[in-house]
Design a protein around this ligand. Structure first.
Ligand SMILES: Nc1ncnc2c1ncn2[C@@H]1O[C@H](COP(=O)(O)OP(=O)(O)OP(=O)(O)O)[C@@H](O)[C@H]1O
Length: 513
């Protein structure tokens, strides 16, 4: 991508932001210095006619982004999950960004399918409908598999979208570098990292093989979850541009009247959405990161079904454990313990004062707990928590921001079904179960077993490693202090003992059932 083309995109973006009145707000959010704000205005005002006008009924930033097209809309949607970058107000505005776009033609859809699957549409599907939904990256058709007669949803990627996104992402990197150069204060927001995060997320959404894999993994993790389902992936009719899944008949979550008419228990469904989300995040470390109404359905058997696996959140086992303890501490109002967990995990630098930190935690939690139960929001508690931890020197972690933002959406969906939903009551059993399963004696035994398994994998290599170490130790006469037993021997003996203890604990626990 040439510098000229990037400059043109930069000019187009700048003038559109100026013309729609979004420039001020964006500069404010990025805390751009006054000189840059004035320079931007002076340079862009006379040429603002070069920019796009957008829809004047929308708030300024949303108006500018919508006018600039699909990649900007996606970028805005992803930025709405980063209040650390945009500030709360702008992040709220960006949340309303919708990407309803006109569908592309049937001929183009057929050509994409034929190219990706290597066979014409008629050979794969016996029926193939007009598009039923169209967004920035893809559109969805209803179809029937020729070989099995099964009804399916076929998501087809917009032709040329990968290239268009690539061009825009290159321009975003360019803009990020310009911002970093001219607004040193904005460096704190790491603009290039923000674009890299966007780049990575979009790659996950654009290559449908990755989305198929995410759907399959999510489906396997949740196979035993009663009342929850993920549509099966038809791998034979899927590729990087086409994703075919089992068709889900039922009611969209947005259609509250129909859900009521079907006699769905709204309180229970609100509970199910939130409990499933929390349990997937804590138990599996893989959660649906885009749980809005349009991506949830209630199938004919009354199961909650999730659709669209382009944005999934992942949290590693250690972080999950730490956050379960943090939530548990909040649930029991043990702020000192919540503070200690942060220090133990190294999230807050050791030179900070644990009591002061506990006091700050109490100051954010008590006003929330003091509210009427139906207004308690775990998402708000987490948002305040991240603010406080940031003040105490904790690094921002994007996977936790996605968790928090998804919690906001899941709580919103829950409250649209049951306005009196008590989030805390729903969360309690999930967190307690996690703590029981993962922090008790059984969990310690499981961890030790894992450690022994890792050592066992090196089993056949261990004698050789020991021999090599001994030869090396003998090659140069060791200084006096090296006559001690080497560290690795202590380590192996320690692990051996631990393994022995483990076997005894294991046997005892198994005997106890
Ligand atoms: N397996 C399915 N069964 C029935 N309907 C489906 C299925 N998959 C998708 N749909 C319908 O198509 C719509 C769009 O699907 P999906 O969300 O996967 O596409 P998208 O292009 O990623 O859209 P967006 O990201 O804007 O939600 C869904 O809201 C749903 O109505």
């Amino acid at each position: 991508m040439s510098v000229f083309s990037n400059l043109w995109r930069l000019a187009r973006t700048g003038t559109t932001f100026q013309r729609t009145g979004a420039l001020d707000q964006a500069m404010e959010a990025m805390q751009a210095p006054r000189s840059l704000r004035i320079a931007g205005k002076v340079l862009l005002w006379p040429v603002q006619w070069l920019g796009l006008k957008g829809d004047p009924t929308l708030p300024p930033v949303v108006r500018a982004i919508t006018a600039l097209g699909p990649s900007y809309i996606k970028f805005g949607q992803i930025l709405s999950t980063r209040p650390d970058v945009t500030g709360q107000e702008l992040s709220m505005q960006l949340r309303i960004l919708q990407d309803d776009l006109p569908p592309f033609s049937m001929a183009e859809a057929r050509a994409e399918i034929a190219y990706d699957l290597g066979q014409p549409v008629e050979e794969v599907f016996s029926e193939f409908s007009e598009p039923i939904a169209a967004a920035s990256i893809a559109q969805v058709h209803r179809a029937r598999m020729r070989d099995t007669g099964e009804e399916v949803a076929v998501k087809v990627r917009r032709p040329g979208i990968a290239k268009a996104f690539r061009k825009d992402i290159d321009a975003f990197y360019f803009v990020a570098s310009v911002i970093e150069f001219f607004a040193p204060k904005a460096r704190r927001l790491k603009p290039r990292d923000v674009v890299a995060h966007f780049d990575q997320t979009v790659q996950g959404e654009i290559d449908f093989r990755l989305e198929c894999a995410a759907a399959a993994e999510f489906g396997a993790n949740t196979a035993q979850d009663e009342g929850f389902r993920v549509p099966a992936v038809m791998w034979g009719a899927s590729g990087s541009r086409v994703m075919t899944t089992e068709w889900i008949s039922g009611t969209n979550f947005g259609d509250i009247d129909e859900l009521r008419a079907r006699g769905i228990d709204m309180t229970e469904m609100a509970e199910r959405v939130n409990q499933m989300f929390l349990s997937h995040a804590l138990r599996d470390g893989l959660f649906h990161g885009d749980m809005h109404h349009g991506n949830l359905k209630v199938d004919e058997a009354g199961n909650l079904v999730a659709l669209d696996f382009g944005i999934m959140g992942r949290i590693d086992a250690y972080t999950r454990r730490v956050y379960a303890e943090i939530l548990f501490g909040f649930l029991s109002k043990d702020y000192k313990r919540v503070a200690e967990v942060h220090f133990e995990a190294g999230y807050v630098p050791a030179d900070k004062d644990v009591d002061q930190f506990a006091q700050a935690l109490r100051s954010i939690a008590e006003p929330i707990f003091g509210q009427d139960a139906s207004k308690i929001s775990m998402a708000r508690l987490l948002a305040h928590l991240f603010n406080v931890t940031e003040q105490f020197g904790m690094e921002t972690r994007t996977e936790l921001l996605l968790l928090q933002r998804t919690m906001v959406v899941a709580e919103g969906v829950g409250r649209s079904l049951d306005p009196n939903m008590n989030m805390w009551r729903y969360a309690k059993p999930i967190v307690e179960k996690y703590i029981r399963d993962n922090l008790g004696p059984k969990a310690i035994a499981r961890d030790l077993a894992e450690t022994v398994k890792v050592l066992a994998r090196f089993g056949p290599l261990l004698p050789r490693m020991a021999e090599d170490a001994l030869i090396r130790a003998n090659a140069t006469p060791p200084p006096a202090k090296d006559n001690r037993i080497p560290g690795w021997m202590w380590f192996l003996s320690g692990m051996g003992c631990a393994g022995g203890v483990l076997v005894v604990i294991w046997a005892t626990l198994s005997a106890l059932g």
